[in-house]
Design a binder for this molecule. Structure first.
Ligand code: NAD
Ligand code: LMR
Length: 334
């Protein structure tokens, strides 16, 4: 029997990341070469023409797996029967906009979208939030969808995970896929903690491999604190400075890998999921952890030892998530 068609909804589909996502999803890179897809593209009215143009190009690719493409500015019809939702469209920070204004603008997007998902999505829907501030936008969407189990909502930190792999593989002169058990903790922001303390390279602890390469443990620790961590956590800002706009292809790639690994299963990656209190992270926050998946939902990998350095850094990022949640609560959204 051929697999059923999967309905995938992409918000902000007329934007940059949307354009980098659509063709790869339609080619089968997200769900596999045997799963047909139906695409629903949600935009605001000003973005509809861009999404329509992408839909024309999708048709011109004649992808064998692509069953249907629909463009709409109505969240209810965009999420009708949706099984996988990629929430990419968000309000960027404008000139003079304070953090509270940004949270309020995004609450007015992710609240109604969560409600529309709640009303019209399929029972097995999975949602990943890409639009920033991704963790708190996911929190808002989940809170607005009371009938959808909250563990179906995740936010993207796979890009940070991949950035950390890229930096380590260059420093250790190995392929990225020779490094395992890396973890991004906390918020998709500059406070995130890229953690190598559990990581292995060709089965050797990364800390040992770095010490050998850099001439000692002290040098390895200094490199991690002074080079690796700021480079990974600051990469989003670096891309904006160098490119003149935020990351696109690498973000789309990370979103595809996030969904692919959640669906196909993985023993270890990073994703922001709704905390159940793991590692002391307050319940309900959407926080990045090391996660695994058995092909259903991402689950936090528990029982890892957390040293004082890691604890301090995780706590700092979690404190930022708490302050974002409290700012949204103060708006009366949660
Ligand atoms: P973009 O401005 O090119 O595209 C965003 C699109 O979203 C626009 O076409 C806009 O019309 C649309 N949009 C806005 N509000 C909408 C709504 N309510 N419903 C549907 N569509 C809506 O931006 P981009 O480069 O594609 O980035 C999108 C988001 O992804 C930004 O918030 C960016 O900061 C974020 N981002 C996240 C990561 C991550 O790793 N989590 C990485 C890179 C970028
Ligand atoms: C990124 O990590 O590249 C983006 O989240 C940065 C941004 O602010 O859009």
């Amino acid at each position: 029997m051929s697999p059923a068609t999967t309905t995938v909804t992409i918000t902000g589909a007329g934007g940059q990341i949307g354009y980098a996502l659509l063709f790869r999803i339609a080619a089968g890179e997200m769900l596999g070469a045997d799963r047909p897809v139906r695409l629903r593209l949600l935009e605001i009215p000003q973005g509809v023409r861009g999404a329509e143009g992408a839909a024309l190009e999708l048709q011109d690719c004649a992808f064998p797996l692509l069953r249907d493409v629909e463009v709409t500015d109505d969240p209810s019809s965009a999420f009708e029967g949706c099984q996988i939702a990629l929430l990419v469209g968000a309000r960027p920070r404008g000139p003079g906009m304070e953090r509270g204004d940004l949270l309020a603008a995004n609450a007015s997007i992710f609240g109604p979208q969560g409600a529309a998902l709640n009303a019209t999505a399929a029972d097995d829907v999975r949602v990943v939030v890409v639009g920033n501030p991704a963790n708190t936008n996911a929190l808002i969407a989940a809170a607005s969808a009371p009938d959808i189990p909250s563990d179906r909502f995740t936010a993207l930190t796979r890009l940070d995970h991949n950035r950390a792999l890229g930096q380590l593989s260059a420093a250790l002169e190995v392929r990225p896929d020779e490094i395992d058990r890396l973890a991004i903790w906390g918020n998709h922001s500059a406070t995130q903690f890229p953690d190598v303390s559990h990581a292995l390279v060709r089965s050797e602890p990364v800390a040992d491999a770095l010490a050998t390469r850099l001439g000692g443990r002290a040098q390895a620790a200094a490199w991690l604190d002074d080079v690796f961590l700021p480079r990974v956590a600051g990469r989003g800002a670096e891309i904006i400075e160098v490119r003149g706009s935020s990351s696109v292809a690498s973000a789309a790639n990370a979103a595809i890998e996030h969904v692919r690994d959640e669906q196909a299963g993985t023993s270890w990656t990073s994703a922001a999921v709704v905390s159940r209190g793991e590692y002391g992270v307050p319940e309900g926050l959407v926080c990045s952890f090391p996660v695994s998946s058995d092909g259903g939902d991402y689950r936090v990998i528990e029982g890892l030892p957390i040293d004082d350095r890691a604890r301090t850094r995780i706590d700092a990022s979690v404190a930022e998530l708490v302050s974002e949640r409290d700012a949204v609560r103060a708006l009366g959204v949660l």
